[in-house]
Each structure stands twice: as C-alpha cells, then as structure tokens.
Design a protein around this ligand. Structure first.
Ligand code: ATP
Length: 243
C-alpha cells in the first residue's frame, strides 16, 4: 500500500543545533507507530516538522504521495492529519465542549445538526458524553485531553499524530480511548511515555536517540498486571532499513 507519510533524511535544527539528523520514516495505512525516547529527544519536533510547523534543514517530506516543502503544500494536507498538541490549551478554543468537537466536522462541510450528532457520538464513545454542555476552559486537565481527542476522532482523519494522548487521563478513560483508536481506521503516529498504553495499541515502535530514529521492539510480559517494556531491537543501527 502507498505510504501516507514518508520522511527521507529529515534533519531539523533548533538554535542551529541538529535535533533530528537524517530521519527516515514511513507510515502506511493501518499502521500505529509509537515514537519513544527520553525528554528532549525530539519527538514533538518530529511531529511538528511532519506537518510543516518546523522547517526542515535537509531531507524530504511526502504527505499522501506528494512532496511538501512550502506552507501551501503542507496546508493542503493538514485537514487529513489530526494533530493532538502536547498542551490541550493550544487546541481548545470554542466556548462549549460540544461546539469544540463539532468544529472540525462543520469545517469539513457537514451540516450543523449532523456535525453535532457526530460530536456527541464521539464524546460518548470516549465516555465523556456528560461533558457536552460544559465550558471548555473550566474542564480538568484529563477532561480537556479527552475533549481534544474527541475533536480529532470526530474529523475522521486519515492519519492521527498524538503527542502524549494519555497525559492526565485515568485508567478507565485510557482504556476507552485505546479502544476508540483501535476501532478508528486512521493510521497513528503516537508519542507517549505511557508504555502500557503504547503496548496495547502500537503495531511497531521507533526510538529517537541522539537525533537518530531507530527501530524498537515492544515486549509484553504478563505479571500480576500486564506490563509493556520497549527495548531497542538488536539489529537497529541507522533507521534507513528500519522504518
Ligand atoms: N522553541 C524551541 N526553541 C529552541 N529549542 C527548542 C524549542 N522547543 C524545543 N526545543 C529543544 O528541542 C529539543 C527537542 O525538543 P522536543 O520537544 O521535540 O522533545 P521531546 O522528545 O518531545 O521531549 P518530551 O518527551 O520532554 O516532550 C529539546 O532539546 C528542546 O529543548
């Protein structure tokens, strides 16, 4: 199947210093790829670069088969990519929850009643239907996170890029979120330090180390609870053949 996203030799600088160096990554339909790595490794930078929010110093970015290097080129494809920002307050802007979640579907051309119906169905799928009429900026941190995710799911994007989706989210809502993402046909690029969430969702994992993207393995070891650990694959070297 043709890739949805394709990065070749992507290098991104921050303050003149390479944060990402020669990154190769391909995301195909049906894939759910976890991006892991320590704080400051460049995970958020990578997601932002993919949709043109950070300039590439070198390399190529292809979205849905088309090379993107300019703002108009990226803008054309952003509606097909749902991006969950690390900070929920950067994402929420409508007065009420239901208006916020319906905003995306409305923007994509749905009528008001259908957009609202879709918004409420998505809120219920995530177990937060009761929040529909609440004032967005008065929600708790975890509630805001889930409302942002509902907004993305309601848009039915082809790709979702999620930066720390379970931040502040309790276990039960985390399970509902994971199920919603498993049921959703969008391919996923997932940045998370929550290894249990990643283990139950990702089809493969990549780790960012010193600016390089390397293949990682997800192992699950059944204990009293199930734990998931991510280890570097033995044969991970450069990324080019590992993406
Ligand atoms: N606006 C900025 N200007 C300059 N440097 C930045 C900026 N934002 C991030 N950086 C630096 O770029 C590097 C990568 O940051 P990034 O946010 O991509 O890391 P991350 O892997 O997502 O980290 P975390 O797990 O803590 O969220 C870090 O060294 C960070 O300090």
């Amino acid at each position: 199947m043709n890739p949805l996203l394709e990065l070749t030799g992507l290098t991104v600088l921050r303050d003149g210093r390479p944060v990402l160096s020669g990154v190769d990554l391909t995301l195909r339909p049906g894939e759910r790829v976890a991006l892991v790595g320590p704080n400051g490794a460049g995970k958020t930078t990578l997601l932002r670069a993919i949709i043109g929010l950070e300039p590439a110093a070198a390399g190529r970015i292809r979205l849905f088969g088309e090379e993107c290097a300019t703002e108009p080129a990226f803008r054309k494809f952003r509606p097909r990519i749902g991006f969950l920002f690390q900070d929920s307050d950067d994402q929420l802007f409508c007065p009420t929850v239901v208006e916020d979640v319906a905003f995306g579907p409305l923007n994509l051309g749905l009528g008001a009643a259908e957009a609202e119906r879709q918004a409420i169905a998505t809120l219920e799928e995530l177990g937060i239907g009761h929040l529909a009429q609440r004032v967005t900026h008065r929600l708790s941190g975890g509630e805001k996170r889930l409302v942002c995710l509902a907004g993305l799911l309601a848009m039915k994007p082809d790709v979702m890029m999620l930066d720390e989706p379970t931040n502040g989210v309790d276990d039960e809502h985390g399970r509902q979120l994971r199920q919603a993402l498993l049921d959703c046909p969008a391919a996923l690029l997932l940045v998370s330090h929550d290894s249990q969430f990643v283990g139950g969702l990702a089809t493969r994992a990549m780790i960012i180390r010193q600016g390089r993207l390397l293949r990682a393995e997800i192992h699950d070891h059944p204990h009293v609870h199930q734990h998931f650990h991510i280890h570097l694959a033995h044969d991970a070297r450069g990324g080019a053949e590992d993406n």
